[in-house]
Each structure stands twice: as C-alpha cells, then as structure tokens.
Design a protein around this ligand. Structure first.
Ligand code: HEC
Ligand code: HEC
Length: 436
C-alpha cells in the first residue's frame, strides 16, 4: 500500500466510523462490510425506478448507440433482468456467505462503496477503489485497466477472486445456488438452460444494463431549461470544454453520454510513490510464470503493488505504465473517494491535482499540464461536476457537496499554486535535483 493510500485509509476510518455510528444511531439496518441491509437496498432501487428490461433505449440515448452496448447473444428480457437482480444480491456466490455484488456496489453509496479500497470476504482489503456500476454498460471495457471487455466477462471475476468473493471456481459458485429449485426455474425462463456460470455472468450484465442514470441537471440544461444548472455550473462547463481541457479525455455529449473517451492515460495519480520500471519487470516475470493469464492479471490488479501499473499489466506496452481508464463523470458527486486508488477525498482535490499538472513521472500523458485555474474557477468546475448527478439522487448529492465544500475550506492537500501558475516547473526541479 502506498503512503497516500495509508493516508486515505486512515482518513476514511475516521470518517467511516462517524458514518457507521450515525447509521446505527438512526437505526438503519446494515449488511456485513458496511453495506446497507439488502432488503432496504431493494426498496430503494424499486423507488428510484430503473431502466426498461425489454431492450428499449433509455431517454436521451439513440437506439443505435444503445444497441451497440448489448451483445447479440444476450438480448435484454425481463426474465434475464430478474435473475440478474437476484444474483447481484446473492451472498451464496461468496465463500463465507457475507459478500455479494451489492456489498461493494450499494445503491445507498452511489452503487459503489465510498471507501478508498474495497473490503471482501474475511475483511480483506483490495488495492483499488470500487467504481459505480451505474451506466457501466456504456464503457467499451470494464475495470480501471479495461481487463474485461464486457459486463458479462467482468461479472464472473469478483466471484472467483480470492479476496473479493473467494469462490474456488465458477462451478463451485453455481453448485451453491443450483440446489435451490427457484433458481433452476429462473435460469430456465431466462436462458432455457440449467444454472451455469456463463449465464450467471450474462444475467448479472442484463440487470446492470437497467442501471442507467443519465437525468442530471446538466442534461436538463442542455435540453433548454436554463434554470436547471446554477450560474457557477454553467461557467464550470465552459471551463471543462475550454481552459481546463477536461473534454479532451472526458467528452460528454450525445455520442459519449458518460464522459469517458474509453482510453487509458497516466495522469500521475500515484506516481510519487512508485518505481515503475522495477514494478514492470516484476509483473512481466509473474505473467510469464502463469498458465492462466486472465486470473493472474486479476490477482496482480487487486492483491499486489503491481496494481499501480494499470493498463500495462493487460497490454505489456511500455506506454501503458501507470495508465488507467478515463473514469466516467456521471454521478461522480456520489462516489468519493476518487481515482483508481481512492486517494482523493473531494472533487476539489481532483481539480487541484489537474490544476498543478498532475504528478510528474516519465509516463505522464501529454494532455496533462498546469492549468492556471483561479480559486473561483476551481469552484465553478466543481459545481459543474456536481451537476452531473442524476436528479433521483439530488438530496444525497446536495449533502455530499456541502460536506466536501466544508472540508475543502480547510483541507486542500493537492493544491499547489506555484505549480498551477507555472512559477515552478517540475522538469526544472527534476534536472536541478530540487527535492519536494
Ligand atoms: C469486495 C468488493 C467488490 C465486490 C464484491 C464486487 N465488486 Fe465490482 N468492483 C470492485 C472494485 C474494487 C472494482 C475495481 C477493480 C479494478 O478495476 O481493478 C470493481 C469494478 C467493477 C466494475 C467495473 C466498472 C468500471 O467502471 O470499469 C463492474 C461493472 C463491477 N465491479 C460489477 C460487479 C459485479 C457484477 C459484482 C458481483 C458479481 C461485483 N462487482 C462485486 C469491488 C467489488
Ligand atoms: C489526459 C486525460 C485526462 C484529462 C485531460 C482529464 N482526465 Fe479526468 N481522468 C482521466 C483518467 C485516466 C482518470 C482515472 C485515473 C486514475 O485513477 O489513475 C480520470 C479520473 C477523473 C476523476 C475521478 C473519477 C472517479 O470516479 O474516481 C474525475 C472527477 C475527473 N477525472 C475529472 C476531470 C476533470 C474535471 C478534468 C479537467 C480539469 C479532467 N478530469 C481531465 C483522464 C483525464
């Protein structure tokens, strides 16, 4: 674990204990590992209203773009979605019966877990931050390093990952549920076959395709409702498209609804702590030894310090060292802490990071450089990011924005005016041997 992760983790422990204490005080029932009780999660999901289960496109999404996100061998149907939803909450798919997808992708926490890194069976911690599953179907690859092409492939990995759900094999997971006659019937209705692991992945993916949340103040503003977004957020959007250059990696428009270019970039999130060359050599050695690359990559990503190599572990291209997938910006207000390692607590931290030009390292993406944003401009950009949260979560979004704003008044660990305004140049520091 890196120094920054330790810091994030200890901060989280303080904040997390406060949140858990509050939940207990309010009598909110909890599931293991800090998730909201599953019965309560199910009620909230019913109340939110999810997307159509019959394959019709969600509002503001073109029929052709929607069709592109659904593989031909797994058309949506109500029976598939119903099975997937049940499996998403199924703790019998985990080795100790305490973990389901809904543990780490909890509706009350933005379909993520709001922790720096996730906690799986027996309280084991992984190396990466859980992204939301909302809108994940729009990505052209899954995970921070894109190691799974489709939601169907992705869903089969956590179940057999030793520190997440820990089942020895897909067949063992299926055996745990196949004895239940109601499952036999649901698989039959959904896929016309007995329970099997490929259809576990397909059904869960079908359910995730109903978790589309693209109705934010930003969308309403773009549709012509001038009052839907605050004046600050409107200015923030102009900065996003212009001076702050966010749009070069986070395009957000009808063709790209979630604000990701679906590519991989090193933006220097944890560069300060890594000897990338030595890590890369170790990863290549590990991969050469393994006869099962898919699961070997999954383990390197979640259980070792080679996690920080990101996309490199998948492609072995030198230029992918420390590169991660451009995360979506939809509903980002709900899912702190941020980045693949959960090292940034607030959206102010994120913008401060970009403003100073990221963290210098030999693999830093050419698109990352100091932005010279003023303090009011930083606030405007953050206001725009909070305007990307679906209106169904408006209340929660407002509370989190207020909490982050209060924190940002006193705590700005990534702010560096000298770098942001180019009074100091990291390259110059490096060749003159100035240590920071
Ligand atoms: C122990 C916590 C945990 C459990 C259980 C878990 N996940 Fe995740 N999930 C994560 C983490 C952490 C990541 C990021 C890992 C990475 O990128 O290497 C992730 C990534 C994902 C992604 C990729 C999203 C993106 O933006 O790329 C999807 C989709 C997803 N999980 C769905 C599921 C499903 C479906 C299940 C149940 C079969 C599940 N998860 C179980 C923690 C968990
Ligand atoms: C060179 C491409 C690039 C540019 C430019 C860029 N980003 Fe990113 N962004 C990424 C990548 C890649 C990640 C994930 C990085 C990681 O975790 O290591 C990311 C992550 C984020 C996250 C965290 C999302 C989460 O759920 O954790 C936010 C928020 C974000 N970017 C906002 C912005 C804003 C605002 C700007 C403009 C100031 C911007 N980005 C500019 C590529 C870019």
């Amino acid at each position: 674990m890196t120094g920054r992760q330790w810091l994030a983790l200890s901060l989280w422990c303080v904040l997390g204990t406060a949140v858990a204490g509050r939940a207990a005080a309010q009598g909110v029932a909890q599931a293991p590992h800090g998730a909201l009780a599953f019965a309560e999660q199910q009620k909230r999901i019913d109340k939110l209203g999810t997307g159509a289960a019959d394959g019709s496109p969600p509002p503001r999404v073109a029929a052709s773009a929607w069709a592109d996100t659904i593989p031909k061998d797994n058309e949506l149907s109500p029976a598939r979605v119903a099975l997937g939803r049940r499996l998403f909450f199924e703790t019998r798919l985990s080795a100790d019966g305490t973990v389901a997808c809904a543990t780490c992708h909890d509706v009350s926490r933005g379909f993520a877990d709001q922790r720096p890194v996730s906690e799986g069976i027996r309280g084991q911690l992984g190396r990466r931050n859980a992204p939301t599953v909302m809108n994940a179907t729009f990505f052209t690859s899954q995970f921070w390093d894109g190691r799974a092409p489709l939601l169907e492939d992705q869903a089969k990995l956590p179940i057999v990952n030793p520190i997440e759900m820990g089942m020895p094999s897909g067949d063992a997971a299926v055996a745990n549920i196949a004895a239940d006659a109601s499952y036999t019937k649901m698989f039959q209705d959904a896929y016309g076959s007995a329970p099997n692991y490929a259809d576990v992945g397909r059904a869960i993916a079908s359910y995730e395709r109903t978790l589309v949340f693209l109705d934010a103040p930003f969308d309403r503003w773009r549709d012509g409702d001038a009052k839907a977004m605050s004046a600050d957020a409107v200015k923030g959007f102009a900065l996003f498209q212009g001076k702050a250059r966010c749009v070069s990696c986070h395009p957000i428009n009808e063709a790209s609804p979630i604000g990701s270019d679906n590519r991989f970039h090193n933006i220097g999130v944890s560069a300060r702590h890594q000897d990338f060359e030595a890590l890369a050599k170790r990863a290549l050695d590990e991969l050469a030894k393994s006869g099962d690359p898919e699961h070997a990559i999954d383990r390197l990503a979640l259980e070792t310090d080679m996690s920080e190599l990101g996309r490199f572990v998948v492609t072995r291209n030198r230029s992918d060292i420390g590169a991660f997938k451009t995360q979506q910006l939809r509903n980002v207000g709900l899912t702190a802490p941020y980045m693949h390692d959960g090292s940034m607590q607030t959206l102010w931290d994120v913008v401060d990071h970009y403003n100073r030009g990221g963290e210098a390292n030999p693999y830093l993406d050419g698109g990352i450089e100091p932005l010279a944003l003023s303090a009011p401009e930083i606030d405007q950009l953050v206001a725009f990011l909070f305007a990307l949260t679906d209106v169904r979560f408006a209340e929660q979004n407002r509370k989190i924005e207020a909490a982050q704003r209060a924190r940002a008044k006193t705590t700005r660990p990534f702010r560096d005016e000298a770098l942001a305004q180019r009074k100091q140049i990291p390259f110059e520091e490096r060749i003159r041997g100035v240590q920071k």
